[in-house]
Design a protein around this ligand. Structure first.
Ligand code: NAD
Length: 252
């Protein structure tokens, strides 16, 4: 039992779906919400590494049937859904010419339409919750021009616009929708990119040096922002973004 659990919190007893919750930022969000007393359902296409303290539901956010089945299974198991954290996402490198149409469609289907699939499946449950909240993982790429990230940036820019549109649509239903914009975070995804470099240690040092605060963002820092945005403490906050990027967005 953690200190926060012992003290009780305003999210105690709520049920959350965390997509991409088996790795990286999503796993940190799952842990943080669990510490805050939330019952966490991890929804991931690969649940083999999901923490066994959480119920894991295998689903691909780019496949409507698998999303509908997983969200129905969460509702059946826990009887409610109060929070949806749309965090599953994949990367893409290069300029606009670097990826073919199939890859554009695949990345947008996961990073953007995936949010619509998961959240619309959960909507009937969110409408019944006294404390409904959605948080999307966007990116620094949604607000700043990152070189060699054209498709990824397009997808995350769409996540930002979608966050505002969802916030407007569901305002009167009491469903709040916000997002976080992480900078480069220390996750298995970034680890894989570094490992593909000729000298991973040197590449990591260079990447850290490019961050305004001289280090990568910790997934726990992103999780803390998400935990705030989905909690009743943020009850008057919707359609907003928290930058968790060491100040990178201010410098560009
Ligand atoms: P990660 O690769 O470590 O974890 C992503 C998780 O999402 C994995 O468990 C993966 O299985 C799951 N996933 C991927 N595609 C899926 C699909 N179609 N259906 C269901 N699950 C799927 O990545 P991460 O670094 O933790 O990134 C998480 C989110 O944060 C992504 O949306 C990413 O764009 C965003 N983000 C990451 C960084 C960073 O530097 N790591 C920065 C800004 C934003």
């Amino acid at each position: 039992v953690t200190l926060r659990q012992a003290q009780g919190s305003d999210t105690d007893g709520l049920v959350a779906i965390v997509t991409g919750g088996a790795s990286g930022i999503g796993a940190a969000i799952a842990h943080r919400l669990h510490d805050d007393g939330v019952t966490v359902a991890v929804l991931d296409r690969d649940t083999s590494n999901a923490d066994e303290r959480f119920a894991a539901f295998t689903a691909d956010v780019s496949d409507r049937a698998s999303v509908d089945a997983a969200v129905a299974a969460v509702a059946e198991r826990f009887g409610r859904i109060d929070i949806v954290v749309n965090n599953a996402g994949i990367g893409a490198q290069g300029d606009i010419a670097a990826n073919d149409d199939d890859e554009w469609a695949r990345v947008l289907s996961i990073n953007v339409t995936g949010i619509a699939r998961v959240t619309s499946a959960a909507l009937p449950w969110l409408r019944k919750s006294p404390s409904a909240a959605v948080c999307n993982t966007a990116s620094i790429a949604s607000t700043t021009g990152l070189p060699q990230r054209a498709l990824y940036s397009a997808s995350k820019g769409a996540v930002a616009a979608l966050t505002r549109a969802m916030a407007a649509d569901h305002l009167r239903e009491g469903i709040r929708v916000n997002a976080v914009n992480p900078g480069t975070a220390d996750t298995p995804w970034v680890g894989r990119l570094l490992d593909s470099a000729a000298d991973p240690a040197a590449e990591r040092a260079a990447l850290e040096a490019r961050q305004p605060h001289g280090r990568l963002v910790s997934p726990d820092e992103v999780a803390a922002a998400v935990a705030y945005l989905v909690s009743p403490s943020a009850g008057s906050t919707t359609g907003t973004f928290i930058e968790v990027d060491g100040g990178m967005a201010q410098l560009r």
